[in-house]
Design a binder for this molecule. Structure first.
Ligand code: NI
Length: 201
């Protein structure tokens, strides 16, 4: 599928997501969103109010003072999300004691299936400090819009669906400001190379 192609081929195929798929019509196309990110056309990030995998309400203000690694995906994602979450977990492990200064967040683009309970079974597979976030459709849409995430439900047969989504790992500074993004498939070591200088500041 599309997501599989992206994970194996990389950057060049992000734009393959551009044709609108059946299902929920996203507000903006993937191509538009890529332009915004690549050419810095609009701010990335901002306030959110979501529910974590332990059932507590969390806002972006809870993470002030730490760098944030923000990843949008969904737990039924067959390979891209697990691969990137594994890399995030590995980066956290390799940061050693500096990992305390970084907060990884996994925000679902599939809140209907990704309940807090469901996230509680999922996020610890990748790292004990990974926080899973879900919420109402509206709250998730707001967060996804703020982070310039493209996602669209795609029906799989009669009763099932998957979600096409952009899989960027955002790095945010201690005040919640946008520093940049890692493309899907970025290695843990590459993440650390970028993160470390920001920890020293
Ligand atoms: Ni995914």
């Amino acid at each position: 599928m599309i997501l599989r192609a992206i994970s194996s081929v990389g950057i060049g195929l992000w734009l393959v997501l551009a044709p609108a798929c059946a299902g929920d019509a996203p507000a903006r196309s993937a191509a538009e969103i890529m332009d915004i990110l690549m050419w810095n056309r609009e701010p990335v990030g901002g306030p959110f109010e979501l529910v974590d995998h332990t059932g507590h309400i969390r806002t972006e203000r809870d993470f002030r003072g730490k760098l944030m690694l923000v990843y949008f995906g969904f737990t039924y994602c067959p390979d891209v999300c697990p691969t990137d979450l594994q890399a995030i977990g590995l980066a956290m492990d390799r940061l050693g004691s500096d990992a305390d200064k970084v907060q990884p967040l996994f925000i679902t683009v599939d809140p209907e299936r990704d309940t807090p309970q469901h996230l509680a079974d999922y996020v610890p597979l990748f790292h004990p400090r990974l926080i899973g976030l879900t919420g109402s459709l509206d709250a998730i849409h707001k967060a996804a819009d703020a982070y310039k995430i493209y996602s669209a439900k795609v029906p799989l047969g009669k009763d099932s669906y998957t979600v096409d989504h952009t899989a960027f790992i955002y790095l945010m500074d201690r005040d919640g400001g946008y520093l940049g993004f890692f493309p899907p498939g970025t290695s843990a070591d590459r993440m650390i190379e970028i993160i470390r200088p920001h920890l020293a500041r």
